[in-house]
Design a protein around this ligand. Structure first.
Ligand code: UDP
Length: 695
């Protein structure tokens, strides 16, 4: 038809060469027999929009309404203002039906269990998820340590790390036939008897060798971090040997592991007593102090030995400095700020950390391209807040529909996902938005803008979720009293700076630019929620947008520009990229001379080239030139207004010493970040992106 023809002509021109390459390699549908393409990029976007709008028929919408929504969805995707996560693009309307990117799968200390959560049940579930392009996270802390007994065979247990290798090998095999490389997050909590093996599983001689399909993170509780600061000892525990580590361990041994602070316990008990038969099954008599639990665990022989927390932490830091692994997950922060905390304890996240999830939960993501919301009004560059609010609202509706349209590989995943209906609306193109506003990434103005944007996006996403709840009802486990509003524990902007010991103040320019955010009324929002409920237990999440940012032709997630010119090594080949925005600025200064460009391309950065205009040097500072503290502050700013997690890589220069990693990890904990990962340049052989076209 005519409309389609127009789409092809105009919309396809928005796609960059790299976007087309990526779409062609994995996303555009092919005829399975002839291997010929059966769709163009616009047909793909149309397929996705049509599929996700069609869900509304179930909710008694008229054909006209469904069609109208399809147009809205198509418009926002094809204009590259909003792009859903890869599985939604790949699998909508196809035989494979997983549309979500993030999964957490439980692993119990048994080969298989009737509930289907033993080690090999988890392996099977993982294969099914990877096959369709999803990423999986696991907490391996329930597994008995290496050398422990196996009663049924009188044998010796090989320990969690050896089972992780099985998951790793399986991931390798599935990768061959799957839609994309499967990714895993392996978590072990700091109290586990095998924690030292775990910390060393990917560093030193094992770097670039072992667990190549895993990111690994240590589950660090507040008690552990406090012991690190004070240089105290902490117990290492064998989870099999303690009764309090059984199935309902969340409310026993976790206390022993310092999980629940007194205040939290009080809150749980009191609300339970008030609710009478609420969702939490907590027996008050079983609540014990950390010391009491340790005495019990010792009597049972569950405490294997004590280690100095600081020594353990130093090992973690050394590993991360050497190879990027392990990262840290702050389990207390995650659970304290989990809106539906009353459903249980979160022990793990998906591979890149943006989704802390309960066992079997999945979450689908989609990201807004911030660069598209810069407008020129009366000769001034501004943010189109109204336009942004509109896309946020449609974005949440789209993501909520994904939950209904999804074909889940397992009943447990479907049930857990539909109980909480978590969705994750995120962003990309932040760095480019900063540049267009003339704000340097490593400035207090930029941190302020991050903070305000995060607040605005959260507000409107939450509001949209209330709107959908009005029509379709709240998520099934919504409890108006127990549901926890994350803004009640958000640090304010000045506190962030104070904790990080930064003394600069935001300028009047950036305050004026974001003044609309100061008018948002959260009390009113809460009243609305109490009246109508929420459709989704979480609404935002900052994903890495590794592929969809290439499709959208913008900078990834909330990261600074990685390099001004570089070779990108991805599964589908090598790309040379010169940042088009940078090129534009060079032109403005009449510096777009081939020799200049070649020179910059060699290193990927301008660096401190004194012949370059100062404003260019400031605006185009890249990931490794940005001081680590600004990386951490951006992550912290986005995390305050995020009910899920914030994926971020703290990129460090190759020369950075281990002390920098130590500082970053401690600061992350103090700033209320949920999980932290560093990557020191050149610390691994295989790096997704290399600087400079020459290398
Ligand atoms: N992911 C995965 N394999 C990959 C890339 C991503 O399983 O090769 C999953 C993983 O859970 C990750 C999530 O997808 O955390 C989101 O990653 P990203 O935003 O980079 O995905 P995109 O939608 O851009 O492909």
């Amino acid at each position: 038809g005519k409309g389609k023809w127009k789409d092809f002509n105009e919309k396809d021109l928005l796609l960059s060469y790299n976007a087309l390459k990526v779409l062609e390699a994995r996303y555009l549908l092919k005829d399975p027999n002839t291997l010929r393409y059966i769709e163009t990029p616009q047909m793909l976007f149309r397929r996705v929009a049509r599929f996700l709008a069609s869900v509304e028929r179930k909710y008694d919408k008229s054909e006209a309404e469904v069609k109208q929504l399809e147009e809205k969805f198509y418009e926002m995707i094809s204009s590259l203002k909003f792009v859903p996560n890869s599985p939604t693009l790949m699998n909508s309307e196809t035989r494979l039906g997983i549309l979500s990117a993030c999964f957490v799968i439980p692993v119990k200390d048994a080969m298989t269990t009737p509930e289907g959560d033993g080690i090999y049940d988890a392996l099977r579930a993982t294969a099914l998820v990877h096959q369709q392009g999803g990423g999986t996270g696991f907490d391996f802390s329930e597994l008995r340590p290496k050398g422990d007994v196996v009663a049924s065979t009188a044998g010796v247990a090989s320990g969690p790390v050896s089972f992780m290798k099985v998951f790793d090998a399986s991931t390798d095999v599935i990768k061959q036939g799957g839609k994309r490389r499967g990714a895993n997050m392996g978590v072990m909590h700091a109290w586990h008897a095998d924690i030292e093996d775990f910390i060393r599983a990917k560093t030193g001689q094992l770097k670039d060798v072992q667990l190549q399909n895993f990111n690994i993170s240590v589950g660090a509780y507040d008690y552990f971090m406090e012991a690190v600061v004070k240089g105290e000892s902490v117990p290492l525990i064998n989870p099999r040997k303690t009764k309090i580590a059984g199935r309902d361990h969340e409310y026993y041994i976790t206390k022993a592991r310092g999980y629940m602070n007194e205040e939290w316990i009080q809150e749980v008990i009191i609300s339970e007593l008030e609710e009478k038969g609420g969702v939490v099954s907590l027996d008050e008599s079983k609540v014990i102090t950390v010391d009491e639990a340790l005495i019990i665990a010792s009597k049972e022989g569950a405490v294997v030995r004590y280690v100095n927390a600081k020594s353990l932490f130093d090992e973690i830091v050394k590993g991360a400095w050497d190879s990027g692994d392990p990262g840290l997950l702050f389990i207390d922060t995650i659970n304290r700020r989990h809106p539906v905390w009353y459903l249980g304890k979160i022990n793990a996240t998906n591979p890149c950390g943006e989704e802390p999830l309960l066992p079997w939960e999945s979450c689908n993501l989609g990201s807004i391209n911030l660069e598209k919301f810069i407008i020129e009004r009366n000769g001034k560059v501004e943010i189109d807040w109204d336009g942004l609010a509109e896309i946020i609202s449609y974005g949440v509706r789209f993501l909520d529909n994904v939950i209904d349209a999804n074909r889940y590989p397992l009943k447990q995943i479907e049930d857990a996902t539909k109980r909480t209906r978590k969705v994750g609306l995120g962003v990309m193109g932040l760095a480019r938005m900063f540049i267009k506003l003339g704000i340097a990434y490593d400035s207090v103005d930029a941190i302020y803008l991050s903070y305000q944007l995060a607040k605005f996006i959260f507000y409107h996403a939450y509001k949209a979720s209330i709107e959908v709840a009005k029509e379709k009802g709240p998520f099934p486990t919504y409890d108006s009293k127990l549901y926890r509003d994350i803004w009640e524990s958000a640090l304010d902007f000045n506190s962030l700076l104070q904790i990080a010991e930064v003394t600069d103040k935001p300028s009047d320019y950036v305050k004026k630019l974001t003044s609309v955010v100061d008018k948002l009324d959260f009390d009113l929002l809460k009243d609305e929620r109490l009246k109508y409920g929420l459709r989704n237990s979480t609404v935002v999440s900052i994903a890495p947008t590794g592929t969809i940012s290439i499709i959208a032709g913008t900078s990834s997630s909330i990261e600074p520009l990685f390099a001004l010119a570089f070779v990108r090594n991805v599964a589908v080949g090598k790309f040379i990229e010169i940042d088009p925005l940078f090129l534009e600025y060079l032109r403005k200064y009449e510096l777009d001379d081939p020799e200049v460009i070649q020179k910059i391309a060699e290193s990927g950065i301008i660096g401190d080239n004194v012949f370059m205009p100062r404003s260019l040097r400031k605006l185009f500072r890249t990931a490794h030139e940005v001081p680590p503290i600004y990386h951490v502050l951006h992550q912290a700013a986005w995390q305050q207004w995020n009910d899920s997690g914030t994926s971020k890589t703290i990129n460090l220069r190759s020369e950075e010493p281990p002390e920098t990693v130590e500082k970053v990890y401690l600061l992350a904990w103090k700033l209320g970040i949920k999980g932290i990962t560093v990557y020191r340049d050149k610390s691994k052989q295989q790096q997704v992106i290399y600087f400079g076209v020459k290398k």
